[in-house]
Design a protein around this ligand. Structure first.
Ligand code: DAH
Length: 339
């Protein structure tokens, strides 16, 4: 009988080690200590049937084991209580689950274009310059040789803030600011926002982006301008792009040109974006007018230079075949996430 008791002892220990929940422990308690049919009670009940010399020792051992198992059960229960108290209220972390997908942010397509263009001009040793968006009339018009009666000075072409301040309508302002503080040689581009009270439609917005360019040194010629802009257009649009220079007029450049590229949307065949002409204007440019040099105190007998200005939205639309400028400003992720 003693043997059987120590077997039960081992078995009870084993069962308790394996018990994974308070419910398991309850079942073990009933199995070993239950009044009706519990293993220990069965042994105690069987004592009167044992030979007299075994009765007392068996009773003793059975009671000790009963107490022992009772203690083990309490210990095991206490263990469950503390681990339940320590457990976080959140479900346990399942290491086998796939991770939560956090999509990467990305640069806005206009920022990408500006960065691409900065990269192209940095290779040509052009500096990147910035100027204020709230400007003085002097930088937006006077210093750029724009006469008092020029239509671009009208209220319907410029946002005036009062006190000769305005929201700059072109990044050409940065040419003047850079020449005021630097001596030639100058090679710079100036990206930034410009503002015009245009009626918003598929091709116009009241805020858009331009990149201005300026190179000034002794002996800079129109062929340098042509070389730099051709290199730029081929780097940005690809080697097969077609360009044309048309004579034009800007108050701050003489001679001036407008530069068109073949319409990438219809491949030059004619569509609504290029007004059926097969060409789209992307740049204004020219040789810096000597009057501008005189205004900033440069010797216009010694220095020559070229300047250019381009529209970032238009360049981006042509490169990617976007037919509505509003898409850039609506913050619609279905559009933005394609870039
Ligand atoms: N500022 C002009 C515009 O907004 C663009 C431009 C034309 C800039 C000719 C230039 C230039 O530097 O030489 O329409």
């Amino acid at each position: 009988m003693q043997e059987k008791i120590s077997e039960i002892q081992n078995q009870a220990k084993d069962d308790l080690v394996r018990a994974g929940s308070p419910e398991d422990v309850e079942k073990i308690k009933t199995r070993y200590l239950g009044r009706k049919g519990g293993i220990i009670n069965e042994i105690i009940k069987a004592i009167p049937g044992l030979p007299p010399e075994q009765r007392s020792s068996t009773g003793k051992s059975a009671n000790i084991l009963k107490k022992e198992i009772g203690e083990w059960i309490e210990e095991k229960k206490a263990g469950f209580n503390t681990s339940a108290a320590n457990a976080s209220p959140l479900p346990l972390f399942d290491v086998s689950q796939p991770g939560v997908h956090k999509p990467y942010g990305r640069r806005h397509p206009l920022t990408q274009t500006i960065d691409d263009i900065k990269g192209i001009f940095k290779k040509l040793c052009f500096d990147i310059e910035y100027g204020p968006e709230v400007e003085h009339e002097y930088y937006n018009f006077d210093a750029l040789n724009i006469p008092d009666d020029h239509p671009s000075r009208e209220d319907f072409d410029t946002f005036y803030l009062g006190n000769k301040r305005l929201l700059r309508s072109q990044t050409s302002t940065v040419q003047i600011r850079v020449m005021e503080k630097t001596k030639p040689p100058i090679r710079m581009i100036a990206p930034g926002k410009v503002f015009r009270p245009d009626t918003v439609d598929a091709r116009h917005a009241s805020m858009f982006h331009q990149i201005e360019g300026l190179m000034v040194d002794e002996g800079v010629s129109f062929s340098d301008l042509k070389y730099v802009l051709t290199l730029f257009a081929k780097s940005y649009f690809g080697q097969n792009i077609k360009m044309r220079f048309r004579p034009s007029f800007f108050p701050f450049t003489e001679p001036s040109a407008e530069i068109d590229i073949s319409c990438s949307l219809c491949k030059g065949k004619g569509c609504s974006v290029c007004s059926q002409s097969g060409w789209v204007e992307v740049l204004g440019a020219g040789m810096v007018d000597p009057n501008v040099f005189d205004t900033v105190g440069y010797d216009s007998g010694k220095y020559t230079g070229f300047a250019f200005g381009m529209g970032v939205e238009r360049l981006t639309m042509l490169k990617y075949g976007i037919d509505n400028i509003r898409l850039f400003f609506e913050n619609d992720l279905r559009f933005l996430s394609q870039f």
